[in-house]
Write a protein that binds this ligand. Structure first.
Ligand SMILES: [Zn+2]
Length: 217
């Protein structure tokens, strides 16, 4: 399996494309502006079909291309609690870069806490991680040893909580109970910036000190 990472405008938002070359399938995580064109190029190159788009949350910079995948009848998944943001991106106007073309997105299926999805033949656990947004989710590839976590935790930082629908205490609880409970070896692919690991963030992230080995404190 191949992983392609696109860091897309206007504020450097990561989209992750998993490609199974043998089966000719692909799966996209988050749909920033420009994701659709990047994905098309990769699908053509690997002669693959896009199985679906899985959104980590509904903030504008992660969803600007959702309408383009809707138009191609690619199923889009997100947590129900962020569906309003995706259907009404204009509601985020106050904290958006001005002049951006907005198109409402449509969610086809809800990603629910604790559900186990099959994505490209892999079991993927959905973990609800509210705090940065009410409907943030992390997609945990247990066998692959990695998590696509959106804007919950970054290398050396955590998601901002100064926007509507955010709550810092809730975010910290999500990180403690849903991210730091993963094995140290798990690779974290965040919504912005470089990848990291659970061990690295547990040990060095200044926001996460004092949580203890298993994140129980
Ligand atoms: Zn966000």
């Amino acid at each position: 399996m191949k992983l392609r990472i696109f860091e897309l405008p206007p504020i450097g938002t990561n989209a992750y494309l998993l490609i199974d070359e043998e089966e000719g399938n692909a799966a996209l995580f988050d749909a920033p502006y420009g994701a659709s064109d990047e994905v098309d190029r990769q699908l053509e190159r690997f002669n693959a079909k896009l199985e679906g788009v899985w959104l980590t949350h509904g903030h504008w910079d992660h969803i600007l291309d959702v309408h383009r995948f809707n138009a191609k009848d690619v199923p889009v998944w997100a947590h129900e609690a962020d569906s309003f943001l995706i259907q009404h991106p204009e509601s985020m106007m106050d904290y958006m870069i001005p002049g951006i073309q907005l198109h409402p997105g449509k969610i086809d299926r809800f990603a629910e806490e604790g559900s186990v999805l099959t994505i490209l033949g892999h079991e993927v656990e959905v973990r609800h991680v509210p705090g940065h947004s009410q409907g943030s989710v992390a997609y945990v590839f247990g066998n692959g040893g990695f998590v696509i976590s959106g804007d919950v935790v970054f290398a050396g930082s955590v998601g901002r909580t100064d926007l509507p629908g955010c709550d810092h205490e809730t975010l910290m609880r999500s990180i403690r109970t849903q991210i730091l409970t993963l094995d140290d070896s798990f690779v974290i692919y965040p919504g912005h910036g470089p990848r990291t690991t659970v061990a690295h963030e547990r040990a060095l992230n200044p926001f996460l000190q004092g949580f203890g080995r298993y994140g129980t404190r």
